[in-house]
Each structure stands twice: as structure tokens, then as C-alpha cells.
Design a protein around this ligand. Structure first.
Ligand SMILES: Cc1ncc(COP(=O)(O)O)c(C=O)c1O
Length: 404
């Protein structure tokens, strides 16, 4: 049974005060909070079995290696990857995207085309622009509409035999739109293009099945789903990961090194040069366990209730304009108050103990489309409550009164 009051007890940070007021944390799309169960795993690692992995014969190293590889299997099961070696530990979504973009440098040539969407976070734009500079390929963009949805008829027109790669997010961080990735993947495959899905914002809310999606690459960050920062994963189909060259050279990723020639290790180690964030990987596994124990269907249902409740309350405020009004959205609300800069609203909310994000949310093209400098973004997690939304809505009203 989903019980938010019981869940909240797992998160020590939720009982602290900010500026003398109880914290209302609505910046979950930037980073989620960490439950005690995950904090305990981190403390246990450093207290009891901190050691380098895959190299030592000693017991501590073996213990850490076992826990790290068990975490890889947890991630494999969670995303339903066929093989554990299709899961590459990364430092986060950004790292995963750069790894793939770098690998494609040697596979693309002039006249090849790659497709991005208008709804992307900068980390799913810039690495591909850099790839275009290196390879001579051209970047095409799926446009968006006023509701903050991708225009699929335009996507269809962009696809051709020259298309080699398509990369879109599963859910937009700035607007919360859930993109039709099943359609995007199917259409891309029809022209022989590979697809990378940026799952940074979907993983906290839904449980993606990479085999059912038939996606080629899927990336995520642990810190968006109750895990630690600096940790994430790249899923890649075995055939693609075998084809891509290593991203970084160093220890761990080699089979044999001589000054004449180096041969590379098998998957997944080929992409995991150097000492990884061992504790981070293990804690990522613990975060996945934690969220699965709560249940993703229950999480999605409850967060949808929060979204509807907050949308209804906020829509009663005169001069408040929402950005991102798709029917298919997750628990993110982006808005502005007429004539007021989003930063000023965020500053007043902070004084009231309410944490929201303001600005362009690393998605400047979306702000350019709407011709605004940014928005106020409130993003809810399964540990938030309707009472917190009431506090937030009265905070927005107060900000409007003070700044008008
Ligand atoms: C959609 C999306 N993609 C990529 C990222 C980058 O994630 P990270 O900073 O964890 O690498 C974010 C972070 O906010 C995001 O929301």
C-alpha cells in the first residue's frame, strides 16, 4: 500500500527547515532526495568494505567487486536488458551520451544525418553538435508545438536513408512532456538508423523495458532516482557496444598492453576505464531496489494526482501562464507570472522554504521557442504531498502580490 507519510520518514532531509520554514522540495527534476536505505548503503561501503575492484585478490576487494557486479545485475533486471554486460556504468546521463557520440565519430561520414528534438536538455544537443563538427554529418531538429509536444509529421519528413542516428529524451525536463518514443524508435529503425533515448527524466517515474522498446541506447542518472550524484548507466545493445570504439583509455579497459599495441577488454569493461565510482554504483543498485519496493505503478499514479491537483490550484491564479500543456506529461509544472521574472519568483519561494528551479533548465531552445528567458519549474516526486502543494500555491500568490 502506497503511504506517503510512511515514505517521507525514509528521507531525513524532508524534515529540515530552510529559512526557518519546513522544507518543501519541488526541485526533483534537478535531483531527487536520498532515502535512509541508500544513505546506509553508502555508509556501509565506506565503513566496511571500501576497496578497489576487479583487481585485488584480497577479501575486501572481492566483496566490493561482488557488490558492484550485483548492482549491475540489478540495473540489468530493472531495465530488462538481455545481458549484464550491456549495462555500462557511467558518471551520469551526460557521460553516457558523450560516450555514444564519441563512438559514432568513426562511423559517420559527410552527408550522413542525425536527428535531435526541439525538447532536449543541452546534454543531448551539444555532444551531437561536436560529433557533427568532427564527422561532417548534419544535425536536423524535430520541431515542437505550443503545447510542448514534438510534431511527429515533421519527424516523418526528416527521416531518410541518410539518417544514421536519432536521439530524443523520453520525458522533457523543462516541460514534463512524455515523448512518443515507441513511434520514434520504430520509424528510425525503418530507415536503418540507431536510436538513443535520454531517460534522465523518465527513470524516476516509470520503468523502461529496453528490449520491448527495441531501443539501441538508453541513458540515465542515479541522482534523479534516489541514488547518488556522479553515477549513472548506459544501456547499449550488445551488437552496438561491440561496434563502438572505447571512449577513454586507461586501466581496467584493456586485455593486453604493449608499446606496440593494446587490445581491449570485453564488454562492459571496454567502456569503463579507470577506477569507477564503486560506492555510487552499489548505491545506484540500492536506489533501484528502494523504488521498486514502493512500486513504479503506484509512484506514477500518485504523482499524476499531485500534477492534477497542483495544475488545478495554479490555474486559478490570474496572469499565470503554463508552458508544456500536453496531455501526456509527468509531474513537472513550468510557468511564469505575467510581467515578473522567474528568478524573482524563485527567490521569494526560497525565503518561504520552497525549493523550485528557475531559468532555462538547460533547455535554451525551448525558451527561445516560447520567447521567454526562462520559467519557474516545480517538479514533484512520490514523497511530496498535497499539503506541500497548498503551501507552494500560497507562496506563488504571495510572490505575485509582492512583485506586481
Ligand atoms: C533530460 C535530461 N537529460 C540529461 C540531463 C543531464 O543529466 P546529468 O547532469 O545527471 O548528466 C538532465 C539533467 O537534468 C536531464 O534532465
Amino acid at each position: 500500500m502506497f503511504n506517503v507519510e510512511t515514505i517521507r520518514k525514509d528521507f531525513p532531509i524532508l524534515s529540515r527547515k530552510v529559512n526557518g520554514k519546513p522544507l518543501v522540495y519541488f526541485d526533483n527534476a534537478a535531483t531527487s532526495q536520498t532515502p535512509q536505505q541508500v544513505i546506509d548503503v553508502i555508509v556501509d561501503y565506506y565503513s566496511n568494505y571500501n576497496a578497489n575492484i576487479h583487481r585485488g585478490v584480497h577479501s575486501l576487494s572481492q566483496e566490493a567487486t561482488d557488490k558492484y557486479e550485483q548492482a549491475r545485475q540489478k540495473i540489468q533486471n530493472h531495465f530488462n536488458a538481455k545481458h549484464a554486460h550491456e549495462i555500462i556504468f557511467t558518471s551520469g546521463t551526460t557521460h553516457g551520451i558523450n560516450l555514444v557520440a564519441n563512438g559514432f565519430s568513426s562511423l559517420l561520414k559527410k552527408d550522413d544525418e542525425i536527428i535531435v528534438s526541439a525538447l532536449e536538455h543541452h546534454s543531448n544537443i551539444v555532444p551531437w553538435q561536436m560529433l557533427c563538427e568532427r564527422s561532417g554529418a548534419t544535425l536536423k531538429v524535430i520541431p515542437m508545438n505550443q503545447e510542448g509536444e514534438l510534431v511527429m509529421t515533421e519527424y516523418d519528413k526528416l527521416l531518410s536513408k541518410n539518417t544514421k542516428l536519432v536521439f530524443v529524451n523520453h520525458i522533457s525536463n523543462a516541460l514534463g512532456t512524455i515523448n512518443p518514443i515507441e513511434y520514434i524508435i520504430e520509424k528510425a529503425h525503418q530507415v536503418g538508423a540507431a536510436v538513443l533515448i535520454d531517460g534522465a527524466q523518465s527513470c524516476p517515474h516509470i520503468k523502461p523495458d529496453v528490449q520491448a522498446l527495441d531501443v539501441d541506447f538508453y541513458v540515465a542518472s542515479a541522482h534523479k532516482m534516489c541514488g547518488p550524484t556522479g553515477e549513472g548507466m548506459l544501456y547499449g545493445k550488445e551488437s552496438w557496444l561491440k561496434k563502438l570504439p572505447p571512449y577513454q583509455g586507461g586501466g581496467e579497459m584493456i586485455a593486453e598492453v604493449t608499446f606496440e599495441k593494446t587490445t581491449y577488454a570485453d564488454l562492459p569493461h571496454k567502456f569503463e576505464a579507470g577506477t569507477p565510482n564503486i560506492c555510487g554504483g552499489i548505491a545506484f543498485g540500492a536506489a533501484i531496489d528502494y523504488m521498486n519496493a514502493i512500486d513504479f505503478d503506484a509512484i506514477a499514479k500518485y504523482e499524476h494526482e499531485l500534477l492534477e491537483y497542483a495544475t488545478k490550484q495554479l490555474s486559478q491564479i490570474d496572469g499565470l501562464k503554463f508552458y508544456g500543456t500536453s496531455k501526456h506529461k509527468t509531474s513537472v509544472i513550468s510557468f511564469n507570472l505575467e510581467g515578473i521574472h522567474p528568478y524573482d519568483v524563485g527567490t521569494i519561494l526560497d525565503k518561504l522554504g520552497i525549493a523550485v528551479r528557475t531559468g532555462h533548465h538547460c533547455a535554451q531552445p525551448i525558451m527561445d521557442y516560447y520567447k521567454i528567458p526562462g520559467t519557474v519549474r516545480a517538479s514533484f516526486a512520490f514523497y511530496n504531498t498535497k499539503e506541500e502543494i497548498d503551501i507552494f500555491v500560497s507562496g506563488v500568490k504571495k510572490a505575485k502580490m509582492m512583485l506586481s
